[in-house]
Design a protein around this ligand. Structure first.
Ligand code: WQD
Length: 334
């Protein structure tokens, strides 16, 4: 029996493949390399010393997914693949709905056809919209504030409604906060092919000179230093959360539950930039710019449910995140 990792060449997917292989799991990976590249697969093999089957396939092609299930004994699916740029989703909602939803429908319909009923979904803290209070708990109200978030929320709702209709399914919905960092080997990391908009890739672009300007978007928020607070989580901790979820899904007869994967600690943008400068001995020369529309002042998790029910807890801190992120990007330059 193998775990099928859809989007396994991506940032979080590739780190999850490493931790699954290290945990002794057998995996089958598929990816269309829309926002990743084939070298990542070599990195996974080099880090773990283990091999796995890979299919270059698109989740919009039903026949490709069917081939994977026909040729492999798939126990459960981790579904990472999807477009994930918030600003791009605002400009191109149909592109996001079409890809993210149709791809998910294809996966779930094929799973149903082959009697595979354990689905782990790469969800996001974005389903909380702009939370009224922090820390954020799983039973907080859900809302979407952009098309990317809408696709995540719709897929979560689909899972809940599928479970209500047929409780033979097991759905584990993992809500990520702000994943950053890279594997300590420097062989895999965050490598957004298209225009990055998350903080850390922009920091790395400034540190490498690829970008001339790095701005903190707003320092007049009601926070300890005026800059926005987020729950940054090391991507390796996040990946280990998926290993715990796979084990939980295997134990469960059935179920449908969401878990926050965060550290439970919030750090401000300024604290992240200053930590990055300090641990890497780099002057980022950042400036202060205007607020970015739609940003919440504070968003960080209460991860206690994942600790209690998945036996998982983040262990790495922002110094590790900043050091490992830079180590990966610097490696790419060599
Ligand atoms: C973090 C902080 C910015 C750029 C998004 C998605 C969320 C999830 C994580 C997928 C914010 C500030 C940013 C810059 C800055 N993605 N910032 N200067 O917005 O918290 O969450 O990514 O699941 O769904 O919404 O992350 O990295 O974009 O921003 O000061 O040049 O950095 O204002 O406070 P965000 P982010």
């Amino acid at each position: 029996m193998a775990v099928l990792v859809n989007g396994g060449a991506g940032f979080i997917g590739s780190h999850t493949c490493v931790e699954l292989l290290n945990a002794g799991e057998d995996i089958v990976v598929f990816d269309n390399f829309y926002n990743s590249n084939p070298q990542v697969l070599d990195g996974i093999r080099k880090i773990t010393g283990r091999d796995f089957k890979f299919y270059e396939a698109d989740m919009l092609e039903m026949s490709s997914i069917d081939d994977i299930f026909d040729e492999n004994d798939i126990e459960q699916v981790i579904h990472f693949a999807g477009y994930k740029s918030v600003p791009e989703s605002v400009k191109h909602p149909l592109k996001y709905y079409s890809n993210n939803l149709r791809g998910t429908f294809n996966i779930l319909e094929t799973m149903k056809k082959y009697g595979c009923t354990k689905f782990i979904f790469s969800s996001s803290a974005t389903v909380y919209g702009i939370p009224e209070t922090v820390p954020v708990k799983e039973d907080f109200p859900l809302s979407a504030i952009n098309p990317y978030g809408s696709t995540k929320l719709i897929i979560e709702n689909l899972c809940r409604e599928m479970y209500t209709a047929n409780n033979a399914w097991t759905f584990i919905l993992l809500r990520y906060f702000n994943p950053v960092g890279a594997h300590k080997s420097g062989l895999i990391g965050e490598d957004p092919g298209n225009q990055p908009n998350n903080l850390m890739p922009l920091v790395l672009d400034k540190a490498t000179g690829k970008r001339d300007v790095l701005q903190i978007t707003g320092d007049d928020y009601p926070t300890r230093d005026g800059t926005c607070i987020r729950d940054y989580i090391h991507v390796v901790d996040l990946a280990k959360g998926h290993v715990s979820a796979v084990k939980k899904a295997r134990e469960l007869e059935n179920g449908c539950k969401a878990y926050n994967l965060g550290t439970g600690r919030g750090y401000s943008v300024k604290e992240i930039l200053d930590t990055f400068q300090r641990v890497n001995n780099i002057d980022l020369g950042y400036t202060i710019g205007p607020r970015r529309e739609g940003d919440a002042a504070e968003c960080y998790s209460d991860p206690s449910l994942a600790e209690k029910e998945l036996g998982w807890k983040a262990e790495l801190g922002i110094e590790d995140m900043c050091r490992d992120a830079w180590n990966f990007r610097r490696n790419k330059l060599i």
